[in-house]
Design a binder for this molecule. Sequence first.
Ligand SMILES: C[S@@+](CC[C@H](N)C(=O)[O-])C[C@H]1O[C@@H](n2cnc3c(N)ncnc32)[C@H](O)[C@@H]1O
Length: 211
Amino acid sequence: MINEFTKNLTEKSAEFSLPQELKDLRVFYKESGIPTILDESLSELLLMVSIKNPQNILELGTATGCSGTAMLLTQKTAKLTTIEKFEPSQTEAIKNFKKFGVYDRVTAILGDSYETALTLTGEYDFIFLDCNKASYTRLLPVLKNLLKKGGVLFTDNVLFRGYVSGEVKTPKIYNSLARKIREFDEILASDTDLITCFFDVGDGIAVSYKK
Ligand SMILES: C[S@@+](CC[C@H](N)C(=O)[O-])C[C@H]1O[C@@H](n2cnc3c(N)ncnc32)[C@H](O)[C@@H]1O
């Protein structure tokens, strides 16, 4: 009840002046079963980007480029490095980055999130972690190294449909993944280099600040 109330208020407030064409595209992808961040989580992501004002953003899990485009339209001077494993998604993302006029600020890398992250040398002030959830734990130390002091790590799906907390009974097929995300959440929460808050928003969000 309270969640619905705050969700509605957030949706009312958090338009963040995204172009209608991008909002329509997100609806189209969602209806086609193509993954993209949930509305309330996107609001939170763009709120954090607005507060942090990052210049160098790293995204793991480009998909069709919706979240990347939204971050770049929100933070007009930021550059984005974004990693995607699935080539057709990356092709679609590049089409979208061009359509919304942000492609000149994007480095789109085709590859596995972990293997690629290991090769990066840049320093990022904002990282959006939204790729294969089973790799979150091994990615964490790599991402911590890439994150500047004072930087923000924004992680999606930390509650994974309620299966992680046990609030919703986990179908057998998701037992292993739910356990891996729970382990990641515990590790993230006890990492003393980071200050992390978990939010029951969308599929569950964790926002971490590097001390
Ligand atoms: C939830 S979607 C990302 C949604 C996107 N951030 C958005 O909000 O528009 C997760 C993406 O991670 C990609 N992915 C899955 N495994 C991966 C891996 N090992 N390395 C990189 N990307 C991966 C998937 O192909 C998918 O496009």
